[in-house]
Design a binder for this molecule. Sequence first.
Ligand code: IGP
Length: 266
Amino acid sequence: MTERNKMNILDKIVADKRKEVDLKKSIIPLSQYEASALFGRETTSLSHALKQSETGIISEFKRRSPSKAIINQNANVGQVAKGYEKAGVCGMSVLTDIKYFGGSIEDLILARASVQLPLLRKEFIINEYQIIEAKAYGADVILLIAAVLTKQEIKNFSELAKSLGLDVLLEVHNEEELHKSIMPSLDMLGVNNRNLKTFEVSLDTSKSLSQLIPDDFVKVSESGISSIKAIKELKEYGYEGFLIGENFMKTDNPGQSAIDFIQNLK
Ligand SMILES: O=P(O)(O)OC[C@@H](O)[C@@H](O)c1c[nH]c2ccccc12
C-alpha cells in the first residue's frame, strides 16, 4: 500500500478515538476517576528503572494489531504480566485500544492487580481525559505519539502527566516529529521502528535518529525487535530501553519467552 492509502489507517484510528473519548466523557465524569482508589497511588518510574537496568526490556501485552491481525487473542493478561515480572523486565506496556488492537482498559486493570512493575498505558492519547483515566486505572507511564499531536498538545499533555506523577514516553518516527517534540516535560524518547502509516519496520530508523536525541532523555527503541543481536547493536547507538511485543506475544507462553530471552541477553 502506498503511504497515502495507509495514512488513512492512522487517521482512522484517531478519528475513531475522538468519538470513543467523547462518548466516554459523556458517561464517566472526571470526578469519578479522581475519586478512585488508584488515582492517589504513588507511581513507579519506568525511566529510572531503565537507567538502572542491564537489559532494558519493556515487554508488551498485545492481542492483535492492524499490521499483523491476530497475535494472541485470548492470552491471560494476569499470567503474562506475572511471567514478564519473573523475567525481570523493567516495565510492561498494555494496549488499551479495543477496536484495532483487541485490548481494553480491563487488561490494564488486571495487569495492575497482578504485578508491581511500572505499567505503560499504550493508547492513542488525543485528550487530557485519557491521561486522568490512565492514572485512575493504575498506569505509571503514558505514551504520546508525535505523529498525531501538535507541539502544544504534546506540551499540555506531558505537563499534565508529570503533575500526576506519570512518566512520559514520547514516540517519534522521523526527524520532523523529533524536532517538534523535544521539551523538558518528557522522560523518554521512543523511536518507533514501525511506520504507523505504512507499517514498514526498520531498525535503521532508531539508528539514524539516535544522534539527534539529546542525552538528557532515556532513549527507547520500539517495535520489530526480536533478537539479542538487535539489542546489542541498538545499545551501541545509545538506546537503554527496548519495547518488545510480538516476539513474546506470538508464542503460547509470552512470559516464558521473555524469561528465556532475558536469560540469553545477560
Ligand atoms: O510488536 P512489536 O513489533 O515488538 O512492537 C511493540 C510496540 O513497539 C508497538 O506495539 C507500538 C509502538 N508504538 C505504538 C503505538 C501504537 C500502537 C502500538 C505501538
